[in-house]
Design a protein around this ligand. Structure first.
Ligand code: PEP
Ligand code: MG
Length: 600
């Protein structure tokens, strides 16, 4: 028995026989003689066209069931015919490489550029480029015909899985996925989540264990147990371990079924106080699950995900299609579209943001609009067009990272200009509500100066915490400071509630904190009436609200504001939550356990 741990990538438990997928031997390519260049370039062009057509077909097939995931292959198809990739490969051919060596070198060069940015999300895109370059090379060598198959339901183990292989393998026979490499934001992980296949990625030593100590395992059908929520994977588990995973599988299935069954229950306290529960999503593909789990709208649509894995921004029409799909999926409930939040930890190479020493304090989010208003005008126009024919209040647009009235005015001016343009061109559109993210302390402290001119605001606790306590939200070694129950943050929440109430602006919380059942009690106690969260958190928060009453919420607010430290607030809230019998959110251990675990 060998136990390994990786990064949880897609929740669920799988137990089954192992199949190791090894990449087909790579044909590296070689050199050509002077005079052969034109022939090789022609071969390359044919292979790129064929690979593009093959990917278009794959997009069509996947799109029948999973339209959002099909976009990955549509993007790959575009990459396969990307003139910049062709140009880089042709340059290698002119330098003496044959077509195979040239496309591999060009793919490596593009992938290296992505990796050099040092961002996890973009590093994952390097896999996409290598996938496409490999597919073109396979066309050139004729090895594209030999794809792996599964003859029975199995757990797949591999160094990494390309998105196309993930989509090509028979889904009904993929019980689980274990990868030595990759991150939770890699496309294989995104597809696994969309298909509901449990997956663990970044499992250091996975292939060593399979090929070394347990050398007989490889492809032999040895038993594997995998938990996509905890990241645990056990090779050749003993009977007790199999029984433990079977219990976890039954519990996960039952919890999901219960969450779906409870989705119809209103999020209302024992004495009738109603809280609106909304979903945070990154694209249309996440709508169905959020609706199933009872989200009454979208509180945060992170549009930057539409801008990734491509060479240029999505057109107004593409954005309109994505926004419209989400609005229709959630109708009659409202959808809040957040304008592009790039920079910080989400750089996008084709956008003109110069390298910065402190990107989190740099040209991030709406700040980019001063120099690049066009990007934001396109988004606003697409959102206004998505609102056409919808009742007022259905579509909201909010600006991230505003600091004060000047930034809020920028949003208002951009929206007015976008509307004027649509009116002048006679394009059908509807009314949108305008709002801002409250994620910089200054924006809350001077909220009275601009909130009366806006319809709503949403507190982004993830950034509000990092800017309040000066702690980089992505720095693992500062985990002990990443504590959203910090009294300073809670006092800012209280101030935001008071300021929004006075201004007549509606307020929600859309940071991760809103999805923690225990923290949610404090937020509602402090006066927040709308919480937006990952879909998997909806059931736990709904239960917490239904277990509470006004007296409990008042106590939660008192604890939240009393401090003096996050530890004290947490301790008080955990006791309160235990009294209300509030369970853990579906996606993790109760807050107290997580903290205890981090203290060791
Ligand atoms: C936040 O900052 O809390 C937030 C919701 O936005 P993001 O996590 O996308 O920065
Ligand atoms: Mg933010």
């Amino acid at each position: 028995m060998h136990t390994l741990t990786g990064t949880p990538a897609s929740a669920g438990v799988a137990i089954g026989p192992l199949v190791v997928i090894r990449p087909a031997p790579v044909v590296a390519g070689g050199r050509i003689q002077p005079g052969q260049e034109a022939g090789e370039i022609a071969r390359l062009e044919t292979a790129m066209t064929e690979a593009g057509a093959e990917l278009d077909l794959l997009a069509e097939r996947v799109g029948a069931e999973h339209p959002a995931e099909a976009e990955i292959f549509a993007a790959h198809a575009m990459l396969a015919q990307d003139p910049a990739l062709a140009e880089a490969a042709e340059e290698c051919i002119r330098a003496g490489d044959d077509a195979v060596a040239a496309i591999r070198a060009a793919g490596e060069q593009f992938a290296a550029e992505y990796r050099a940015i040092g961002d996890e999300l973009l590093a994952a895109r390097a896999t996409d480029i290598l996938d496409v370059a490999g597919r073109i090379a396979d066309r050139l060598t004729g090895s594209h015909a030999a794809a792996p198959t599964l003859d029975r339901p199995s757990i797949i183990a591999a160094a990494d899985l390309t998105p196309s292989l993930t989509a090509t393998l028979p889904r009904d026979r993929m019980l689980g996925i274990a990868l030595a490499e990759g991150s939770a934001t890699a496309h294989a992980a995104i597809l696994a989540r969309a298909y509901g296949i449990p997956a663990v990625v970044g499992i250091g030593g996975l292939l060593d264990v399979i090929e070394g100590a347990a050398g007989t395992l490889a492809g032999s059908g040895a038993l594997v147990a995998l938990d996509g929520a905890s990241g645990e994977i056990v090779l050749e588990p003993d009977d007790a371990t199999v029984a433990r995973f079977e219990r976890a599988r039954a519990a996960a299935g039952a919890a999901m079924a219960q969450a779906v069954a409870e989705a119809v229950l209103p999020a209302v306290t024992r004495d009738g106080l109603e809280v609106t529960l909304l979903a945070n999503i990154g694209g249309p593909g996440e709508s169905a699950r959020a609706v199933e789990l009872g989200a009454h709208g979208v509180g945060l649509f992170r549009t930057e995900f539409l801008f990734l894995e491509r060479g240029a921004p999505p057109s107004e029409e593409e954005q309109l299609a994505a926004y419209r799909a989400v609005v229709e999926a959630f109708a009659p409930y409202p959808v809040t579209i957040r304008l592009l939040d790039v920079g910080g930890d989400k750089p996008i190479p084709y956008l003109p943001i110069a390298p910065e020493a402190n990107p989190f304090l740099g040209v991030r989010a709406l700040r980019l609009a001063w120099d690049e208003p066009g990007l934001f005008l396109t988004q606003l126009r697409a959102a206004m067009r998505a609102a056409a024919g919808m009742p007022a209040g259905t579509v909201g647009v909010m600006a991230p990272m505003i600091a004060d009235a000047r930034d809020a005015d920028l949003l208002l001016r951009l929206a007015a200009r976008a509307r004027d343009g649509l009116v002048a061109a006679g394009v059908a559109h509807g009314e949108i509500e305008l709002g801002v993210m409250l994620e910089i302390p200054a924006a809350i402290l001077v909220g009275d100066t601009y909130l009366p001119r806006l319809a709503f605001a949403s507190i982004g606790t993830n950034d509000l915490l990092q800017y309040t306590v000066a702690v980089d939200r992505g720095n693992r070694s500062l985990a002990r400071y990443q504590e959203s129950l910090h009294p300073a943050l809670l006092r800012l929440v209280r101030r935001a509630v008071e300021t929004c109430d006075a201004a007549g602006a509606s307020l929600s919380v859309c940071g991760e904190m809103g999805g923690d059942a225990v923290a949610a009690l404090a937020l509602v106690g402090l006066g927040v009436r709308k919480l937006s969260m990952a879909s998997s958190s909806l059931a736990g928060v709904r239960r917490a609200i239904r277990a509470a009453d006004t007296a409990a919420l008042q106590e939660a607010a008192r604890i939240a504001l009393a401090g003096p430290t996050a530890d004290d607030v947490r301790a008080g809230l955990v006791v309160l939550a235990a009294r209300l019998a509030v369970g853990a959110p579906l996606d993790g251990a109760p807050l107290a356990d997580r903290v205890d675990a981090s203290l060791g």
